[in-house]
Ligand binder design. Structure first.
Ligand code: M6R
Length: 612
């Protein structure tokens, strides 16, 4: 949700800012802008993607070594030139970029209007920069102090960077709820929403905490303080991110690259955590909480979107292996429904970005009520890992395509390892079955590799159905969440309406939709409720629906009935989601591409949803 980049140093700011915006474009891409101080405040912004901004600034004055830049995902006000960031104060001397929502911007705006402020945009951000200016002029404060005082009047979430024409050697940054990382170079500072725009210049970073601000002044050390004016000591960290992971590496899209990376991303998720010789799974990050998990009366999984689907797979896994009751909750519902939570509950928050606002809020609420909170996140150093008691990183590497792919398989891998670890500790699994499953899990990367070979078959199926208006995805047991995930992938990147259902639920309503034009994707491996799924296929065929079946290698029964089959390797029932998801990701990718959609940056979406 909005990307922020800022630079202060000896270099020209513009190339660093633009490159940074491209890296952050996955966070929002409806408008973008840049402000650079070079004697005057030169500000350029426009509706559309970063490329459009680059064309717009051609021939304009973009020199200067201090600047801020922003790519937006609209919350307050239409995506247009005026609402794009940066925003300036009334006197034009201050500029701000902001990620988040100022909830009390209405009353603040009214008050400022009474004092003569005139607003150009519909945004909450413009109100904040006017407030800072108002405080500065009335209380005769420097820019850092004006920002600090203003933030004490603000309700809501923010990551901001402010620059002032009159103090053009300073960047002032602050955050609450939305992420911000500061890169410390040699006599220079970088600021960004995540580390991707920073990593090629410096690996030394500081992650800002909530209600913390940074005063970055040329030639001086970083100064950190709380917005209540208490001095903080910076905690420097080293980035370990690999730069290549931020490029497309020869693939046409990040999404395709990330789909094909899954053999290695799942391997990375397991690296150092499975000892194949003695068949032991060890998740170092949660070792101290093993007993808490074993004794948990209930496990709650909270997440949104694809991560919620991973949580659903987790429910099946945990209940089967550990016999601990599990509930899977949408974080956005959970946080507002006054749920019953006790100290015997363990909450597992799942999030690729580690920044999802609803998941973060749900964590804070459950924490207050005394539950133990564990996290499963991909982005190292993000907010959720810092808010939880302990957790396990998925180590899938940066996921840039807005549609989540490799993050899902890595989340399911971690959940499988967690469930196995607890089951062993609890004694709810026999040693031989435990070892059998550990060995089977270890084989999964190879089986994903094999599954990826279906790409051509899937592409041909995509060509046949690319113009369909609706899709139905069906699965049972472990494959019900896979059906949901397949449907979500298709709708978010191809804009085709798709529904995921437990296969047996079809006859309670969705069967009415089926006719000769309705493609039905059925996950039908030769495991679990196979015969029942076969009956569901017959029900679809009897109504002339078109069957695209994901089947186990060598299957003949479904092949006879289905219009198309995609074969996946035969794996343990509980591991099927790790392979069955792959062709569904590919199907969405190819259909979206054939329909001319922007696969990596689908309309209206952003990669990390840091607002409610
Ligand atoms: O970063 P998170 O895993 O917390 O994000 C949750 C959802 O916003 C995310 O999975 C979303 O549904 C993706 N666009 C799905 O592809």
């Amino acid at each position: 949700m909005c990307g922020i980049v800022a630079y202060l140093g000896e270099k020209q700011a513009y190339p660093i800012l633009i490159k940074g915006l491209h890296r952050l474009e996955y966070r929002g891409y409806d408008s973008s802008g840049v402000a650079i101080i070079n004697g005057s405040m030169n500000l350029y912004k426009c509706k559309g993607k970063v490329n459009k901004l680059e064309n717009f600034v051609k021939g304009k004055n973009i020199s200067g070594s201090i600047g801020i830049a922003h790519t937006r995902w609209a919350t307050h006000g239409q995506p247009n030139d005026i609402n794009a960031h940066p925003h300036t104060s009334q006197n034009g001397k201050l500029s701000i970029i902001h990620n988040g929502i100022i909830e009390n911007y209405g009353p603040l705006k009214e008050e400022l209007e009474k004092r003569g402020h005139i607003f150009l945009s519909e945004t909450d951000t413009e109100v904040l920069i006017h407030l800072i200016e108002d405080i500065q002029e009335n209380e005769k404060l420097d820019i850092a102090e004006s920002v600090r005082v203003a933030l004490n009047q603000v309700i809501g979430a923010y990551a901001i960077v402010v620059i002032s024409k009159e103090e053009d050697n300073k960047l002032i940054a602050a955050k609450k709820g939305s992420p911000l990382v500061i890169g410390i170079g040699d006599g220079e500072f970088y600021i960004a929403s995540d580390a991707t725009p920073i990593v090629e210049y410096t690996r030394k970073v500081v992650y800002l905490e909530d209600e913390e601000m940074a005063i970055l002044e040329k030639g001086k050390d970083i100064v950190l303080k709380s917005i209540s004016n208490i001095s903080h000591t910076p905690y420097f960290q080293q980035l370990t991110m690999n730069l290549d992971a931020l490029e497309k590496g020869g693939y046409e899209h990040f999404m395709l690259k990330e789909i094909f990376e899954q053999p290695s991303s799942v391997r990375e998720t397991m690296r150092g955590r499975i000892n194949i010789h003695d068949g032991i799974v060890k998740l170092g990050g949660i070792t101290d909480y093993k007993q808490k998990l074993v004794k948990a009366k209930r496990i709650l999984m909270i997440a949104c979107g694809t991560s919620w689907h991973a949580g659903l797979v987790g429910e099946y896994l945990f209940e089967e292996l550990t016999r601990i009751p599990v509930e899977v909750e949408y974080a956005s519902e959970f946080r507002y429904r006054n749920p019953v939570i006790t100290e015997d509950d363990v909450v597992i928050a799942i999030s690729q970005s580690g920044e999802t606002a609803d998941t973060l809020a749900a964590i804070k609420m459950a924490k207050k009520k005394g539950a133990t909170i564990l996290g499963i996140c991909n982005v190292v150093g993000s907010s959720i890992p810092r808010e939880t008691d302990a957790g396990s990183y998925t180590h899938a590497g940066p996921e840039i395509g807005v549609a989540s792919t490799k993050a899902f398989t890595s989340q399911v891998t971690i959940l499988t390892m967690m469930a196995l670890m607890i089951a062993r500790e609890k004694g709810s699994i026999t040693t031989s079955r435990y070892q059998q499953l550990v060995l089977a899990l270890e084989q999964i990367p190879k089986q994903i590799e094999e599954t990826l070979k279906t790409n051509d078959i899937v592409e041909a199926i995509a060509a046949r159905y690319k113009d369909s208006r609706n899709f139905l995805y069906l699965g049972r047991g472990y494959n019900f969440p896979v059906a949901l995930e397949g449907a979500l992938k298709l709708k978010e990147i191809s804009y085709i309406h798709a529904e995921g259902y437990p296969a047996a639920e079809m006859k309670h309503g969705p069967i009415a939709l089926i006719d000769k034009d309705m493609p039905v994707v059925i996950i039908a491996p030769r495991k679990g409720n196979y015969e029942k799924v076969v009956s569901n296929i017959q029900e679809v065929k009897a109504r002339s629906g078109k069957i695209i079946a994901v089947v186990s290698k060598g299957d003949t029964q479904v092949r006879e009935m289905a219009d198309h089959v995609i074969e996946i390797p035969c794996v343990e029932e509980m591991l099927v989601p790790l392979v069955a998801t792959i062709p569904l990701q590919l199907l969405s990718y190819h259909i979206a591409l054939m329909r001319g959609c922007n696969v990596d940056q689908p309309r209206n979406l952003a990669k990390s949803v840091t607002v409610e």
